[in-house]
Design a protein around this ligand. Structure first.
Ligand SMILES: [Cu+2]
Length: 291
């Protein structure tokens, strides 16, 4: 198919990472405990990569809270080197809380999620680019007090992988020179190249589809676009700002997020891409299959 950039598979087989957003929830106090682990992930079929992870997953688990909730956070370092956690949803002093946690140690802190949005979280340990490129990031959605209208809700975290040119290395590891020259080998949604092309996401014709897109980078801007659709509304950073209405492509900056709302008018296969097409070719592509 045109614009697919990847073979389209069977929607009946579930993708490696579930793209469905967790339900809206308010706990007033939301307890989150993440263990950091070194783990091997599959960045593409037959491409194992030695990642650093929150909870053994890349991206880390999607966190969803409601405006006004207190996030009570514990980070346990079960890996071999210092790591940390930086929540973009928080307004706290980095030098107090975004500090290195040594192996076998932990940190506990809390913050108020006061501002609605689709936020990135990530390890903030230097060199930050290496910690992000190795998989230490995820999305934290803060819902506004007044719920958004009902929709099919999906979460997509875009990111890049830079691998050693040594093809015999198994699993592959970070290629720092390629990272510095902004030349990723793979660009992914939810940590695996083209997984939603191989496993299309089913939606209904004309239903409201709300995509929470967070761009973890570490380097490439996402020019987010749905082929065959026009966004009804785009909320930059998923904030309470006046939305953009009737737009084709909106950038998600590295370290930023957005809500993209679209209705697909006819049955068919609709690719979503970063319209920086080198990155789509490297795996920054998926399919919404409208029935
Ligand atoms: Cu780290």
């Amino acid at each position: 198919m045109s614009h697919g950039e990847a073979p389209v598979g069977n929607p009946a087989e579930p993708p490696p990472v579930d793209p469905n957003a967790p339900g809206r929830a308010s706990g007033r106090v939301v307890h989150i405990r993440f263990v950091i682990r070194d783990t091997v992930i599959q960045v593409a079929k037959g491409v194992p990569y030695r990642a650093w992870s929150f909870e053994g997953r890349v991206p880390g688990p999607v966190i969803r809270v409601t405006q006004g909730d207190s996030v009570d956070f514990t980070l346990v370092n079960g890996a071999a080197m210092p790591h940390s956690m930086d929540f973009h949803a928080a307004q706290i002093a980095p030098n107090k809380y975004y500090v290195n946690v040594l192996p076998k140690d932990s940190i506990h802190y809390a913050f108020l999620a006061e501002v609605p949005g689709a936020f990135m979280y990530h390890c903030g340990t230097a060199l930050v680019a290496a910690h992000i490129a190795n998989g230490m990031y995820g999305a934290l959605i803060v819902d506004p007090h007044t719920p958004r209208p009902n929709a099919k809700e999906l979460v997509l975290v875009q990111s890049e992988f830079y691998m050693t040119p040594d093809t015999t290395s198994n699993p592959k590891t970070l290629a720092w020179d390629r990272l510095l020259s902004l030349a990723p080998d793979y660009v992914t949604f939810n940590g695996r190249a083209a997984q939603y092309a191989e496993h299309p996401i089913e939606v209904k014709v004309n239903e409201l589809v709300r995509l929470y897109v967070v761009n973890a980078g570490p380097n490439r801007v996402s020019s987010f676009h749905v082929v065959g659709g026009i966004f009804e509304r785009v909320f930059q950073d998923a904030s309470l700002t006046t939305p953009l209405v009737g737009v084709q492509t909106v950038n998600v900056p590295v370290g930023g997020g957005g809500i993209f709302e679209v209705r697909l008018k006819q049955p068919g296969e609709y690719p979503f891409v970063t319209h920086a097409f080198a990155d789509a070719t490297k795996g920054g592509v998926g399919i919404l299959s409208a029935k």
